[in-house]
Design a protein around this ligand. Structure first.
Ligand SMILES: O=P(O)(O)OC[C@H]1O[C@](O)(CO)[C@@H](O)[C@@H]1O
Length: 557
């Protein structure tokens, strides 16, 4: 039996991993865990056809996974047992599936290009969604055309997005990814860290006359963002002097109108969104304002369109042809049966270099949980550790461990067919490495093959066990549309895994405790008396810091 704090009386409410299907999968795992991928490929020459799937501009080849058709059938039964289809409908229809905060989860409404009504508390949210898109587009047009000017009449050149977590990672990643679509005059900057070095370094090169700040915060209370925003405001006023000029240089993106007004930003320059948009799912909302400024409304709409295409696919395709469902089930297979602890994300694309970072928040803040939606401790693995970096660079850093280390690390390899730069020779090298890595991980190299390959002895350290699973994701090209497809694919994968693990993927209580403690500790760093209210370690560190700082201040005079 599960180690739970509260055991639901109704067996139907038990997590899918406590239902008989789990036993069936465990049994199946025993029959497959020692089978090598080489054998699976040898037994099934049509494996690519059987285990690949295309959605619009995105191809997923999942044939290099340690699965058979039976595995998939059983995993699909697991998804059915968890009622993934029912939960999926509840999400799309605006039910409050975020049960700890009593909120709907409707990032899909933000990109609902078919504009069908989406109801929350009896109200269709689409008119409000469309109105904000209109507002962002009109504003972006003014900034891009140069008709929106700074306080001395010059067009805006630099835009600084001040935000953290979901109010930073998504827009920043998309801005990098869509470099080819950027406005030639406008440059976006992203300041997130409260470490003063981040904003100081950024402001060094900026001209207050031509800089626009977007203060991006869902709550408008996040300490890091508000501290940076106040610093930016102070810096700006040192130059502009008159605070009526703030209206031309500061805009806000938030759900908290009062706090925006309190900061001194004209509410006409506020772009709103709603509590049913989770921070890590918010790049499609007004949080994407820097994206609209950089690439224009049409390209932003194309990004939304790509995500909408994936939403429709996710909502309608049968599980056996459903890309997010398949990706999610493969992850569950490795986490809960093979004991894999992490998942590598390896984009072979310089412009997607921030995708692993973005997915770390999306996935780990969503499914990094050990209490399920019924308040019970789970006794199975949930969200994996997401990590990775851009391909080739990673090959020369950590791939050794993936190939020959002791851990099983499933990896997603991502690449575009068309290079964004037009440099075909380089792209072929990239592609060849992409393919070589997935092949090497899958095949490995036996002792005999190592000897025959002419490699000098000793041979044993040069043997590769292989049998390492990977997915290959190929975009036709990195466009706003295909990027939308890709991001939404991962969002829905996270959703499906959360349902199978019986989690609420849309709250994040785990980040709150540290925030609260920091608020207590901050004044203590400047207290006159020795601090004794914490554990010995924390007290010791606080007091060491206070003493050292006092000594340094004394020396500096
Ligand atoms: O947009 P806000 O409210 O400033 O929050 C920023 C981030 O802080 C968190 O609440 C915790 O890291 C994230 O979920 C969120 O994306």
């Amino acid at each position: 039996m599960p180690i739970t704090t509260e055991t639901p009386s109704n067996a139907d409410q038990l997590p899918a991993l406590h239902q008989p299907i789990h036993k069936a999968l465990q049994h199946h795992y025993q029959t497959l865990c020692d089978v090598h991928l080489r054998e699976l490929f040898a037994a099934e020459p049509q494996r690519f056809e059987h285990f690949s799937l295309q959605v619009d501009d995105l191809l997923l080849d999942y044939s290099k996974n340690r699965i058979t058709k039976e595995t998939l059938q059983l995993l699909i039964q697991l998804a059915e047992t968890a009622d993934v289809a029912g939960w999926r409908e509840r999400m799309f229809q605006g039910e409050k599936i975020n049960n700890t905060e009593q909120r709907a989860v409707l990032h899909t409404a933000l990109r609902n290009r078919s504009n069908t009504p989406v109801m929350v508390d009896g109200e269709n949210v689409m008119p409000a969604v469309n109105a904000v898109i209109e507002q962002m587009s009109a504003f972006a047009e003014r900034v891009r055309s140069g008709t929106w000017t700074g306080y001395t009449g010059k067009p805006i050149v630099d835009v600084v997005n001040v935000g953290i977590g979901g109010s930073d990672l998504g827009p920043h990643m998309v801005y990098q990814a869509l470099k080819a679509y950027r406005h030639p005059r406008l440059q976006m900057h992203y300041v997130s860290n409260v470490d003063g070095a981040h904003i100081v370094e950024k402001l060094e090169s900026l001209d207050p006359e031509t800089t626009l700040f977007i203060v991006a915060s869902k709550t408008f209370t996040t300490q890091e963002t508000m501290t940076n925003a106040h610093h930016a405001r102070h810096w700006f006023l040192q130059h502009a002097e008159d605070d009526t000029h703030i209206a031309k240089h500061f805009v806000a993106v938030s759900t908290n109108r009062e706090a925006v007004i309190g900061f001194g930003i004209d509410p006409d320059n506020m772009f709103g969104f709603w509590d049913w948009v989770g921070g890590r799912y918010s790049l499609w909302s007004a949080i994407g304002l820097s994206i609209v400024l950089a690439v224009g409304a049409d390209n932003f709409t194309a990004l939304l369109g790509g995500a909408h295409t994936m939403d429709q696919h996710f909502r309608e395709a049968p599980f056996e042809r459903n890309m997010p469902v398949i990706l999610a089930l493969l992850g569950v297979w490795y986490s809960n049966f093979f004991g894999a602890e992490s998942q590598a994300v390896l984009p072979y694309d310089h412009y997607l270099r921030s995708l692993p970072l973005y997915l770390q928040q999306a996935d780990m803040e969503s499914n990094g949980k050990s209490v399920d939606r019924n308040g019970c401790n789970v006794d199975y693995a949930t969200g994996p550790i997401i990590w990775g970096t851009s391909g080739i660079n990673g090959q020369h850093a950590f791939y050794q461990l993936i190939h020959q280390g002791t851990r099983l690390i499933p990896a997603d390899f991502i690449i575009s067919v068309t290079p964004p730069t037009g440099l075909h020779e380089q792209h072929d090298i990239l592609m060849a490495n992409f393919l070589a890595q997935t092949e090497a991980l899958m095949r490995g190299r036996t002792l005999e093959e190592t000897r025959d390959s002419g490699v000098a002895p000793p041979h044993a350290p040069k043997v590769f066990a292989g049998n390492h699973p990977s997915n290959a994701l190929l975009l036709k090209a990195l466009t706003p549309h295909s990027l939308g497809l890709l991001i939404a694919l991962y969002e829905h994968k996270i959703f499906v895994q959360g349902i199978i693990w019986n989690l609420n993927s849309y709250d994040q209580w785990g980040v709150e405790l540290g925030k609260q403690l920091a608020k207590c500790i901050q004044p203590e760093l400047n207290a006159a008396e020795t601090i004794t209210t914490h554990d010995a370690s924390t007290n010791g560190l606080i007091n060491y810091y206070r003493q050292q700082r006092a000594q340094q201040e004394q020396t500096q005079g």
